[in-house]
Ligand binder design. Sequence first.
Ligand code: NAD
Ligand code: SF4
Length: 440
Amino acid sequence: ASDGSAPERAAVSPLTPVLTRRWLSPESWSLRTYEQLEGYTALRTALSAEPDRLIELVKTAGLRGRGGAGFPSGVKWGFMPKDRSRPHYLVINADEGEPGTCKDVPLMMADPHSLIEGCVIAAYAMRASTCMIYVRGEALHCIRRLHHAVREAYDAGYLGKNILDSGFDLDMVVHAGAGAYICGEETALLDSLEGKRGQPRLKPPFPAQAGLYSSPTTVNNVETIASVPYIVNGGSDWFRAMGREKSPGPKIFSLSGHVERPGQYEAPLGTTLRELLELAGGMKDGIPLKFWTPGGSSTPLFTADHLDVPLDFEGATEAGSMLGTTALMIFNETVSVPWAVMKWTQFYEHESCGKCTPCREGCFWLAQVLERMVDGHGTEQDIDTLLDVCDNVLGRSFCALGDGAVSPITSGIKYFREEFLALCESNRGQDTTEEPALAG
Ligand code: NAD
Ligand code: SF4
């Protein structure tokens, strides 16, 4: 906690799945299995309610965006204008591209109808008549699965005209992106959907004012929308009973890297890495933890000192990082921090869209300096140069990509400065880093 006292702990009940409850059922992706396991019951309830009451329900439940930023979903839905003079759009951001993030694709593969049901409820609440699901182009298997599920939903009357005799119409389009990380930024995604080169737009106006084709639009993450049917069925109190007061509900945590059983672990927000590691069988081969990301490489690194940080939006921030996408990449003592930081920086350099100078030039130079250091030709001045360039990128870039790009560098130097120093030519004799254990 910010006052130095022990953080308020959540009642942790891992392995009480909500979003993942159907994942291990036979043919979990089929409409038949979904219907057998309460699928589309929330939609029937929702369609008999006033749209505004659904928005209030999501607000009361305290659902926050699962794409990384944690913006309150009900508040975002409430920004959509009530008048229908222009078409309203719901756009699902399924462009999951943050390094280490792998929760939305498994969700769509295992349980695509939970997303579709959530979309219909959300679209009804926001008076949207078209829903677009923007999926990253590399996930071909996922795109096929969604196409199949959408067809099943149309055939069963859950999509299309007069859904379940409610008078509500909704069309759904599954759109394949072309594999650019920046198209996960919501306004770049909208440009891409419109057939343009994906680059972020100036905000405001936010999408609810002027989004797809300049019409009112809400962009929500897959996991966010897939949570909605459970809130409709379970109610806001049930949802709030999980997690922490300001970050309620269950969350899918993706563990990768040096753990015995990498994968998706659903647990209430506020669960710690120590608890998640227990579920995942501990560190691989018992080699101690060195550093980890709480929410993908755009979130500042944590170390073994952060095992008990509650992983919710406030807890991760108070401890000096961010919750992000809950993509926990775990690295053991064999991994060189400067090497890992260099690999991430090369990724950001490659994915920078080039629209603004701090990010376009900054990522290029950061990668150059880090490559030189890792090649063994760095100088002590390079550490200051890195921090200086980071300072000129952070907060000065047009979108969050620039801020994210410097996170691993500044936090890596903060916690492991001696490893960067050991790479400098004058210190080569004292080099303590080992060959990286993970391939690039
Ligand atoms: P943001 O905080 O700017 O916005 C989050 C959402 O809230 C957006 O939908 C935005 O429109 C809305 N919003 C914010 N302020 C608003 C206002 N005043 N009025 C109306 N709406 C408002 O964050 P962002 O740039 O959209 O996203 C950054 C996050 O994305 C990072 O935290 C990172 O973790 C995450 N991320 C995720 C992935 C992934 O693969 N899922 C990839 C890269 C980054
Ligand atoms: Fe493009 Fe990077 Fe600027 Fe974002 S921060 S607009 S990705 S150049």
